[in-house]
Ligand binder design. Structure first.
Ligand SMILES: *[C@@H]1O[C@H](CO)[C@@H](O)[C@H](O)[C@H]1NC(C)=O
Ligand SMILES: *[C@@H]1O[C@H](CO)[C@@H](O)[C@H](O)[C@H]1NC(C)=O
Ligand SMILES: *[C@@H]1O[C@H](CO)[C@@H](O)[C@H](O)[C@H]1NC(C)=O
Ligand SMILES: *[C@@H]1O[C@H](CO)[C@@H](O)[C@H](O)[C@H]1NC(C)=O
Ligand SMILES: *[C@@H]1O[C@H](CO)[C@@H](O)[C@H](O)[C@H]1NC(C)=O
Ligand SMILES: *[C@@H]1O[C@H](CO)[C@@H](O)[C@H](O)[C@H]1NC(C)=O
Length: 292
């Protein structure tokens, strides 16, 4: 069962040969500790081309609160007592970031920490927290769980009108509670905005990157093309519109649950999304994504 949903970044405009995705077979995040690599492909992908690096790699954690503890797992049957947000994400990330940010005479004047990627240390890791249980109840526990990373200065933070990017940008999705996230000050837990409703006034929300660096939608309802035959003009127009709405606000766009099969259809869909300007591709099948 896939606990980590890996997402990869793509270029805005140049597609095909200009896009060079490299397999990060030595991705440190996925090497340590061993639990974190269970049932996932031991690879991480990111853009090799600095000019394309307008986004970052992204991982997703499914989080459930029970009896005051945050467990990790896609469904209740997968939860076990030793698989917690702290043991699988917070402590490993803290350990990696401590290693890549040595405190010594050479780093004494550094103002921003290195990220988890040693070949692109300025890039934050986007950590999606998909809350599976009640969001209002879970949020205080989640914020508390991030304290070690917060204390060390590793969390992207919006405070005093300024958004300061650090090694990890935490974005709440699933049942993450919008009003409670809006009220955070300072804010180091952001909200995955509804990509198809960024211009919908009934949500009473001014979407911007200080609240939502990312907006997402279910591919099936927003586009629906199965990747076989020709995409319709309406489907194409939806991709362009939703991506355009997000980009006009400085927000990146993600379509989740893109069909994985058959492979040629999946690749046609990825191509259509990239051509439409989408920033993130869902890539549970990393070997395929890396050779795309
Ligand atoms: C990187 O991107 C630039 C601009 O899009 C392009 O000219 C160049 O060929 C790319 N390099 C590689 C290795 O993909
Ligand atoms: C939560 O606590 C109750 C009472 O102590 C216990 O019966 C239950 O098994 C616990 N649930 C989990 C998921 O730990
Ligand atoms: C750090 O800053 C101090 C004071 O400006 C300077 O003397 C020192 O050389 C700097 N160290 C490094 C490694 O840049
Ligand atoms: C925000 O401003 C307050 C008051 O000036 C200050 O105490 C606080 O450290 C600032 N927070 C950040 C994260 O810069
Ligand atoms: C937006 O505000 C209106 C008027 O206060 C309210 O009736 C409505 O429920 C709000 N919508 C949401 C999604 O909170
Ligand atoms: C375009 O998006 C809207 C809003 O999500 C949806 O209702 C409509 O079905 C979509 N159109 C197509 C052709 O997928």
């Amino acid at each position: 069962m896939v606990v980590f949903a890996l997402t990869l970044v793509a270029a805005k405009a140049t597609i095909g040969a200009d896009i060079l995705f490299v397999e990060r077979t030595e991705a440190r995040l996925l090497e340590y500790p061993t639990q974190i690599t269970q049932n996932i492909m031991p690879k991480m992908i990111h853009s090799h081309n600095d000019s394309l690096s307008y986004g970052v790699a992204s991982v997703e954690a499914d989080v459930s609160l029970y009896n005051g503890t945050l467990y990790i797992g896609h469904e209740n049957a997968a939860l076990t007592s030793d698989r917690t947000l702290d043991s699988l994400y917070i402590q490993p990330l803290l350990k990696i970031l401590t290693e890549v940010n040595p405190q010594n005479a050479f780093t004494v004047n550094s103002t921003s920490p290195n990220g988890v990627f040693d070949t692109a240390s300025g890039l934050p890791l986007q950590l999606l927290i998909d809350v599976k249980t009640d969001g209002v109840e879970a949020l205080p526990f989640i914020l508390k769980a991030f304290q070690p990373l917060r204390e060390a200065g590793y969390l992207t933070t919006y405070a005093n009108g300024t958004l300061i990017t650090s090694a990890i940008t935490v974005v709440g999705t699933g049942n993450s509670p919008l009003e409670q996230v809006k009220a955070l000050s300072p804010r180091d837990y952001f909200f995955d905005a509804p990509l198809t409703q960024l211009t919908d006034p009934s949500l009473n929300t001014t979407w911007d990157p200080s609240l939502s660096p990312l907006a997402s939608t279910d591919y099936g309802t927003a586009v629906g093309w199965n990747g076989i035959g020709t995409i319709s003009d309406e489907q194409k127009a939806n991709i362009t519109k939703f991506v355009g709405d997000a980009h006009a606000l400085g927000i990146t766009a993600r379509f989740w649950d893109t069909p994985a099969w058959p492979i040629y259809a999946r690749e046609n869909i990825w191509k259509a999304l990239l051509e439409g300007g989408a920033d993130w591709l869902n890539a549970d099948d990393l070997a395929a994504a890396s050779s795309f």
